[in-house]
Design a protein around this ligand. Structure first.
Ligand code: SF4
Length: 339
């Protein structure tokens, strides 16, 4: 690969991003965690807010989990931030509060996989450890003209081995960011800008004009679809929420919801627990797609007549923005307060 052309291209064309302004390993860790599954433009305001609120590992270790959720509300995949909190506590306990600079130590932190460890080691410490994510795989598979199915681990592994060979010949902090930036700006999923690409000369896909066929990624298994009856239950100036303990969105708040397609079934179940609701508005249908499941929510607005569930938490309607809520439910509007 034309490593030097790639690095020179990066140094000239890189975007100005706040987490690239220093080699602070904590900042790089935060940015890499946020950038997993999330676009750079979406991450930028969250990154600044996060670093302002938790400027050091110590601040993150001492974070109140609910406030932490609130800070990242809207980014999705909240488990990554719970793991980050655990990792910060681990750094305080096992590494005297100093972000580790050995690969094995970084990799041992909760939630830190091979990609994140490689990114931190190469960008913050200039060490030759590969960081191979989907964007890098796309660039490498196209460059090499590799038409194998990149959903399969063995093929991803092959790309990672190649990436490791390249970074060992390169300047690690530049190379890692350069190939990521090339994937984001030039070798994009659709319509790559090959005319502007520093790798064009030896790119197999370009030479064979097969860029749009590579990488081959077979379709994932179908996502599971859940039907919910979702209840926005008002009680004068109050509203009811529930804190999730399920693995998906654990620790986030939601309106009470029940897996069913029948409102009557849910109301009957609640009545048997002594809870009576008055549904005062026709349903509104909402859909939210996660990576492995889809929620189809029939949302009903109700008034509480009597009873309550032990999992329901009664809060003032006006405090609702103080509670970390998943976007799946945040997009449901209350009718009687101004949004
Ligand atoms: S020449 Fe085109 S397909 Fe090949 S690496 Fe560059 S942008 Fe991607």
């Amino acid at each position: 690969m034309d490593i030097y052309k790639l690095e020179a291209w990066y140094l000239k064309n890189q975007r100005k991003l706040p987490f690239r302004e220093s080699k602070n390993s904590y900042h790089i860790w935060v940015s890499e965690v946020m950038l997993q599954q999330t676009q750079v433009d979406t991450v930028l305001p969250y990154f600044s807010k996060f670093i302002e609120k938790y400027p050091t590992v110590l601040d993150l270790a001492n974070a109140n989990e609910e406030e932490l959720h609130k800070t990242v509300e809207g980014l999705g995949y909240y488990r990554r931030f719970r793991m980050m909190h655990q990792a910060a506590i681990t750094i305080m306990r096992d590494f005297k509060g100093v972000f580790p600079d050995q690969y094995e130590h970084v990799r041992s932190l909760p939630g830190v996989g091979a990609y994140t460890a490689g990114a931190i080691m190469s960008i913050a410490y200039n060490q030759p450890f590969s960081a191979t994510d989907g964007n890098v795989i796309r660039v490498l598979a196209r460059y090499l003209g590799d038409d194998q199915d990149m959903r399969l681990e063995k093929n991803k592994k092959r790309m990672d081995i190649y990436q490791q060979q390249m970074i060992e010949k390169a300047t690690p902090w530049i190379y890692t960011q350069a190939i990521m930036e090339l994937g984001a700006l030039i070798c994009r999923p659709r319509q790559p800008k090959c005319d502007l690409c520093p790798l064009q000369e030896h790119c197999q896909s370009y030479q064979q004009d097969i860029q749009d066929q590579i990488p081959l990624i077979t379709r994932p298994l179908k996502t599971k679809v859940y039907h919910y009856i979702t209840l926005v239950i008002e009680d004068q100036e109050a509203i009811y929420l529930r804190k999730r303990h399920e693995e998906l969105l654990k620790g986030m708040y939601e309106y009470p919801q029940y897996e069913s397609e029948s409102l009557n079934f849910v109301l009957n179940e609640l009545e048997q627990q002594g809870i009576v609701l008055d549904i005062y508005e026709e349903k509104t249908a909402f859909k939210h797609v996660f990576s492995h499941q889809t929620w189809l929510m029939d949302v009903y607005h109700a008034r509480r007549i009597k009873g309550s569930h032990p999992e329901w938490i009664r809060i003032s309607k006006h405090d609702i923005f103080n509670y970390p809520m998943a976007i799946a439910h945040r997009k449901i509007k209350l009718t009687s307060i101004i949004w």
